[in-house]
Design a protein around this ligand. Structure first.
Ligand SMILES: [Zn+2]
Length: 79
């Protein structure tokens, strides 16, 4: 099962890289709270995205489905 071994190694390396990136960047220290009520009262005109995965876009606060990081509100790029 050499291929499986390589897959495990690859995943471990990727995970280590993500962890390093998270600690390097100014990571939010808030715990990944599951769906808080605080965001329920907010309008849905905003976009929440993952610092590590810009392709992730959610209508409300939450966690990234890929790396479980807390989503951050994407500021519209003013021109
Ligand atoms: Zn992510």
């Amino acid at each position: 099962m050499k291929r499986l071994h390589w897959m495990v190694l690859l995943v471990a390396v990727l995970a280590a890289g993500i962890m390093a990136g998270c600690s390097d960047a100014k990571a939010p220290t808030q715990p990944p709270a599951p769906a808080a009520d605080a965001s329920a009262a907010q309008p849905q005109a905003e976009v929440w995205t993952c610092p590590m995965h810009p392709e992730v876009k959610e209508a409300k606060a939450g966690i990234c489905p890929k790396c479980k990081m807390a989503l951050v509100k994407a500021e519209p790029k003013g021109k």
